[in-house]
Design a protein around this ligand. Sequence first.
Ligand code: GRF
Length: 222
Amino acid sequence: MARLKVAVLISGRGSNLQALIDECARPGSAAEIVLVLSNAPDAAGLDRAAAAGIPTATVDHRDFDGRAPFEAAVNGALDVAGAGLVCLAGFMRLLTAAFVERWRDRLVNIHPSLLPAYKGLNTHARALADGVRLTGCTVHFVRSDMDAGPIVVQGCVPVLPGDDEAALAARVLKMEHRAYPLALRLIAEGRVRVANERVEIDGAGSPAGAMLNPTDDSCAGA
Ligand code: GRF
């Protein structure tokens, strides 16, 4: 069966991109990354893509007069690449409702909190300030409201005594690198359906297949 053609949109470091690259390199993967696109010419993730032999493109938002022409250029690159799914992985541009609608249920994002908690930026600092015991990450289909949309996968991690923002961010990031590949695998295998703005996963009578616990060393002692 033809593999799902995936484009990954980045702006920076690209560690989640790397996790997706590694997932697609797994024997039997139903997905292939056909394009990595950055709005930032110096994004380190572009080097990761090049090292993996994946075509890259830079569409610098500063070269465009507004969001609509910028997104038209992004759409052009996505169409040429034949993308069937777009993964946002640290892509730091807000997208218009028109773009989001064009890619409805074919556009996913990863966010470093257990949505709907802590939408927006500085998620870890806010979680620490609130004294929550659990936080995590969410992979979700994108809707035009920021950090909203049907949830595909969530992974939780504990907030441990003595955590600072960097320690918590590192623990969550490690979970992100499990959650995003799992979401991609479920979608690429055709097991994900959006019904009434909720995600249903075939082969899982419960959402257990899409919930990750910190059963590895990210939860040591918890
Ligand atoms: C991640 O924390 C992701 O959740 C957020 O932006 C960060 C990107 O990191 N949306 P990286 O570029 O994937 O390393």
